[in-house]
Design a protein around this ligand. Sequence first.
Ligand SMILES: NC(=O)c1ccc[n+]([C@@H]2O[C@H](COP(=O)([O-])OP(=O)(O)OC[C@H]3O[C@@H](n4cnc5c(N)ncnc54)[C@H](OP(=O)(O)O)[C@@H]3O)[C@@H](O)[C@H]2O)c1
Length: 252
Amino acid sequence: MAIDRIALVTGANRGLGRSAAVALAARGARIVITHRGDAAGADKTAEQVRAVGGKAAVLRLDISDVSSFASFTSALGDQLERWGASRLDILVNNAGVGIFGPLEAVTIDDFDTVMGTNVRGTFFLTQSLAPLLAQGGRVINVSTSLTRHTSPATSVYSASKAAVEALSRTLAAELGPRGIRVNSIAPGPTATDFNGGAMRDDAETRRGLAGQTALGRVGEPEEVGDAVAALASDDLRWVTAQRVEVSGGALL
Ligand SMILES: NC(=O)c1ccc[n+]([C@@H]2O[C@H](COP(=O)([O-])OP(=O)(O)OC[C@H]3O[C@@H](n4cnc5c(N)ncnc54)[C@H](OP(=O)(O)O)[C@@H]3O)[C@@H](O)[C@H]2O)c1
């Protein structure tokens, strides 16, 4: 990756957002870390970014609150100016929620929260930030392996991420004339706080998932972060409108 790109990672206060922020920083990017209230987590990510030689700024952003996007965009513009820049090079739409349950248990509130965050938030944040994206920029949207294989009680979550993948392909066509690549990255089960930390903390869950995975284990957050950084790099400059699964071969 060329030194001195600027990347924004949503939900970078923990988990895969943090690992993406650190991996991008290790390859030379300055990072705008966003969080929706966990300032301590965001500061910890900023420390890790600095520890690998990067620069970090922290901004607050709730991606389900689309009414805040205009003021967020202006705060981002101020931050870019402080860095002597006017453009964002890499947008990683990582923030997302999963609410899991069988058909009969899903409430309208659950549905609205998942769709409002993963689809509506991702779409309108990208719309708000698109004018700031540099010629040759990249957008990476975080999806899930669950758009390829099925697992009971994940219907709304996997549908929301299928929408994210469809948005990614269409936006790749729309933003392509500006040299902007748009791809989605689809992690398999990865050891973070996600889903109550089951993939990290529950031995039975980990064993079960390992048995369904070609490489025989659950993923680690750094493995997804490195994949995000690779997708953002110039090595993959001819790759757009693609879904890259990072799952160790889950449920092949
Ligand atoms: N871990 C996996 O197995 C896995 C697999 C496939 C895909 N994914 C996807 O990977 C992404 C990151 O997940 P993770 O594993 O890092 O899970 P996580 O540890 O639960 O982190 C989720 C992140 O999203 C943020 N977030 C949720 N709703 C938000 C909102 N309305 N506004 C701003 N931020 C919001 C969270 O903020 P708070 O800290 O404030 O809650 C947190 O930073 C998600 O999109 C998830 O769907 C994860």
